[in-house]
Design a protein around this ligand. Structure first.
Ligand code: FES
Ligand SMILES: [Fe+2]
Length: 424
């Protein structure tokens, strides 16, 4: 159970909130590279931590991130035109470069007028199929991340994003909750033919044991979490890393980030990369997407373009649950893994109250995440730096191990996954 005060502290990230200030110390995933597919394509509305921005790719391919509202008289630049190496406001024609330089002000006679100010722009890095931005105080801007997938070639990486109408914590909770896999997703695991891909190899055993032994340990970057399921003499062990404030690394090949767009909606990024497989190429790309339901995001209103349409799950449409399918035996009546997870998060409400809940031993990692995030927000509120600020993340991974029953999962982590120091 979390007090209403701590719940607010952990969940709210708008400007001026302690958690929002903590997050503004980090580079944040803003959109996928594929959402700006070519020079001078349509600009994209980006919502981050309660703020509105516009991303565009200029005539030379460079990405710009500006405040959405035009600095002349506030028209939305999402309605603008990307042309002449800038983004043009369609109201009076002012043209802005990616760095905010005002290139043209056609309704002003004085040619010097445009040199007196700039549009508000934000630093951008494009890497790993993702466009990242930094919207915090320039004095706190950290070096860019060193995740291994950021230097990978396109064919090795599959980057995806889901847009979901709930607070970011609700998604993170699901990612630290091994025990729901064998219940919520049971109909997915029992599908006739699941392809032999890593996700299935890493999770298939979970369908047969719904009471994993779960432990979590605080680390200097956040926490490590071990889930062990016993099959005879073998303990099937999954280790997950949570890097505060929004990264989750699952066994071997999945890097995830859950970014608040506002307090009641978030963008959930998942990047597949293992350095070996061609996740960015067919047939693996489509196979991977299809297996977890990422090929059906539009249909369920889970893309940036469809999120504000009636396709998105809501109370009005029963969160898109197909009750006829449920009656016929399907556990959830939802498309696949990602639709099932979204259903749970959406149906709990935009920002759920945690004052009534009763956490079980299986929720140990979730409780630990609450502690990490609250500690980080309080550090920043007291004038310090957030947890994991400026840390190298190059050696952090999740892991999957088949080990003899009785093996302490912590020994697997410290030996094979990272140099991370454990905090008592
Ligand atoms: S409001 Fe954008 S040019 Fe006038
Ligand atoms: Fe799930």
């Amino acid at each position: 159970m979390l007090s209403a005060k701590d719940n607010e502290l952990m969940c709210r990230t708008n400007l001026g909130t302690p958690m929002g200030q903590a997050m503004r110390h980090f580079w944040i995933p803003a959109l996928l590279s594929s959402e700006l597919p070519e020079p001078d394509c349509d600009p994209v509305h980006v919502e981050l931590l309660g703020g509105n921005f516009v991303a565009f790719r200029d005539s030379e391919g460079k990405v710009g991130m500006l405040d959405e509202m035009c600095c002349h008289r506030g028209a939305s630049l999402t309605t603008g035109r990307s042309e002449n190496c800038g983004l043009r406001c369609i109201y009076h024609g002012w043209l802005f470069a990616a760095d905010g330089t005002v290139l043209e002000t056609p309704n002003v006679v004085d040619p010097k007028f445009k040199t007196r100010f700039k549009a508000k722009s934000f630093p951008v890095c494009e890497a790993g199929g993702v466009i990242w931005t930094y919207i915090g105080d320039p004095a706190n801007q950290p070096p860019f991340y060193d995740f291994p997938f950021l230097d990978a070639s396109d064919e090795k990486v599959l980057a995806t994003v889901q847009i979901i109408g709930c607070n970011y914590i609700q998604i993170l909770e699901g990612l630290l909750d091994s025990s729901h896999l064998s219940v919520l997703h049971i109909s997915q695991f029992t599908k006739a033919a699941l392809p032999d891909i890593k996700f299935v190899q890493n999770t298939g055993h979970m369908a047969h044991n719904s009471t994993p032994r779960i432990e979590a340990q605080e680390t200097e970057f956040g926490l490590h979490y071990g889930a062990q399921r016993e099959f005879g003499d073998t303990a099937e062990t999954n280790v997950t890393a949570f890097i505060s404030p929004f990264f989750i690394l699952n066994p071997n090949d999945i890097y995830m980030a859950v970014v608040p767009m506002a307090d009641d909606k978030c963008a959930f990024y998942a990047v597949w990369y293992d350095g070996v497989r061609d996740y960015g190429l067919e047939p693996l790309r489509s196979e991977q997407m299809r297996t977890v339901g990422l090929d059906r995001l539009e249909e369920y209103g889970m893309t940036r373009k469809t999120f504000y349409t009636a396709a998105a799950g809501s109370r009005a449409n029963g969160f898109r649950q197909d009750r006829a399918q449920v009656k016929a035996g399907h556990h959830t009546g939802m498309g696949s893994f990602v639709q099932e997870d979204a259903l749970i998060c959406l149906s709990a409400g935009g920002l759920r109250d945690r004052g009534y809940e009763h956490l079980a031993p299986a929720d140990m990692a979730i409780a630990q995440m609450y502690r990490v995030l609250l500690k980080s927000a309080k550090k920043v509120a007291a004038g310090g730096k957030p947890i994991a600020y400026q840390m190298s993340v190059a050696n952090l991974r999740g892991g999957r191990f088949s080990v003899p029953v009785g093996t302490d999962w912590r020994t697997l982590v410290s030996g094979n996954l990272s140099e991370a120091k454990f905090v008592a």
